[in-house]
Design a protein around this ligand. Structure first.
Ligand SMILES: Cc1ncc(COP(=O)(O)O)c(C=O)c1O
Length: 365
């Protein structure tokens, strides 16, 4: 096989690797899905054949992620970023107030978006240590009359994750952006009013955003809210108020079937934790590489590390590309390196990276 046909280990933070068997299945069905004579991309979203894909995907999502009947699963457009506005426009009218944990730049963006609609306050911020840690429950200063409390479960850029579910005062709705860790660990969804995530890390190609919404908290959108941003309207239309991202939902469906074969969420949780541990153990024992994130806050999804020398970090990412690994450079705001090891990154990919790091250390340490 020529190099041009070989797949590489892609450590990108999103869009990210998809399981090979998912891509192959999609490829085999790309011009004619299940004898329908057409691609999923060409089908009416109201057709019987498409509706069966849609319903199956939704049912599998519900079963795999253990979504209770109180909550609706929505397939939306606009990415996670549009949810920053949608959350605020749907929930803040309850008291006019909302509190945010600022543990990274996406949390800050969500906060800025919400601030357009009400009295929004920072419940805690980790900016003073460049977001290398996660706050404790005791640090969360949540107003008892906040409409909701918002946090980013996994901070993609900084490589941290909340290892606990924050507790909120009675009556305060819990909201979380799980873009970079959804479908990687079990979540007690009953504790949340809204969970949302863009698909392009753990779920499929960019273009569909999943929102899991407690039906009882909808119906209070601000009067100027566009209908497309009103959860109540999206629930009423079963994500088909307009044309949904049909093909992306189909791709999510294929990823869910693959996830089932990995032992579902529990199976994936063990796999992803073992993968991350291999990498962190190596970094902690290395003389060249180090990870600035405090051990108790380290993300299993995004592993950030550095040599402490910006030029050497650049050489690392360049040499890694030559060795068949892409996107190992850290986010431009942090520098260093970042290995995003979402669900579809095989354990062999992480082992291959570690072998490369060993060699790089010998040659450059
Ligand atoms: C935690 C988190 N939230 C939000 C976003 C923004 O997602 P989108 O590009 O789908 O709007 C990202 C993207 O990387 C992310 O990692």
């Amino acid at each position: 096989m020529s190099m041009a046909n070989e797949r590489i280990y892609n450590f990108a933070a999103g869009p990210s690797m998809l399981p090979l068997e998912v891509l192959e299945q999609a490829g085999s069905e790309i011009t004619n899905f299940g004898g329908s004579g057409m691609s999923v991309m060409e089908m009416s979203h109201r057709s019987k054949v498409y509706l069966s894909i849609f319903e199956e995907t939704k049912a599998n999502f519900k079963r795999l992620f253990n979504v209770p009947d109180t909550h609706e699963i929505l397939f939306l457009g606009g990415g996670a970023t549009l949810q920053f506005a949608m959350v605020a426009m749907n929930l803040i009218s309850r008291t006019g107030k909302a509190d945010y944990a600022i543990t990274g730049s996406f949390a800050k963006k969500a906060y800025d978006e919400a601030a357009k609609h009400g009295d929004v306050r920072i419940a805690v911020s980790t900016a003073d240590c460049n977001h290398t840690r996660i706050p404790t429950q005791e640090e969360l200063n949540i107003r008892s009359d906040a409409s909701y409390f918002y946090y980013t479960a996994n901070n993609t850029i900084y490589g941290t994750e909340w290892k606990y579910t924050p507790e909120v005062p009675e009556g305060v709705i819990l909201v979380s952006d799980m873009s970079s860790d959804i479908l990687t660990r079990p979540v007690d969804i009953s504790k949340y009013g809204i969970i949302f995530a863009g698909a392009q890390k753990n779920m499929g190609p960019a273009g569909v955003t999943v929102a899991i919404v407690d039906k009882s908290i909808t119906g209070n959108a601000l009067p100027y809210t566009p209908v497309m941003l009103d959860y109540a309207a999206m629930i009423k239309g079963d994500s088909m108020h307009n044309t949904p991202p049909c093909w992306n939902i189909y791709m999510l469906g294929l990823v869910l079937k693959w996830l089932d074969k990995q032992g579902g969420i529990e199976g994936m949780q063990a796999i992803k934790h073992d993968k991350a541990k291999l990498l962190y153990d190596f970094i902690d024992n290395s003389k060249l590489f180090n990870c600035a994130v405090v051990p108790e806050a380290r993300s299993d999804m995004n592993v950030v590390f550095t040599t402490g020398d910006a030029d050497l970090d650049k050489k690392f990412a360049a040499d890694a590309t030559k060795a068949g690994m892409s996107n190992l450079n850290g986010h431009r705001s942090v520098g260093g390196m970042r290995a995003s090891i979402y669900n579809a990154m095989p354990t062999e990919g992480v082992k291959y990276l570690i072998e490369f790091m060993k060699k790089f250390e010998q040659e450059n340490g």
